[in-house]
Design a protein around this ligand. Structure first.
Ligand code: SF4
Length: 110
């Protein structure tokens, strides 16, 4: 299955994308090898996650990717974005949904 999500593009998109670590010259061309490495390449995925945690715009990236992915299932979330794998973002999405429902129930009961 091929990637259909978003890759920060420093050439056309203003704002936080300009500061994306993965889009800096030293990492250009390594998206497929690191941030979109196949699941079997655990070392590459860990290296991508490590780099994300050094990225100055990690939270903006994570928010943007989560918003773009919406309710997508685990199999429709590709690559490491914002320091999380697709599976981890899916788990985070589920947890946020659970908390939102709980907050709504609490509000209704009050
Ligand atoms: S958090 Fe990771 S994927 Fe997102 S812009 Fe930074 S280096 Fe790239």
């Amino acid at each position: 299955m091929s990637y259909t999500g978003s890759i920060p593009d420093t050439t056309t998109t203003p704002g936080w994308h300009m500061q994306a670590l993965c889009a800096q010259p030293e990492y250009r061309g390594q998206q497929d090898e690191l941030w979109f490495a196949p699941d079997r390449r655990a070392e590459a995925i860990e290296e991508a996650k490590r780099l994300c945690h050094l990225c100055p715009v990690r939270m903006a990236c994570l928010r943007a990717e989560m918003a773009a992915e919406g309710n997508a299932g685990r199999d429709r979330r590709f690559g490491v974005r914002g320091g999380l794998t697709g599976g981890e973002r899916h788990a985070l999405h589920k947890e946020l949904q659970r908390r939102k429902r709980l907050a709504e129930q609490t509000q209704d009961a009050a």
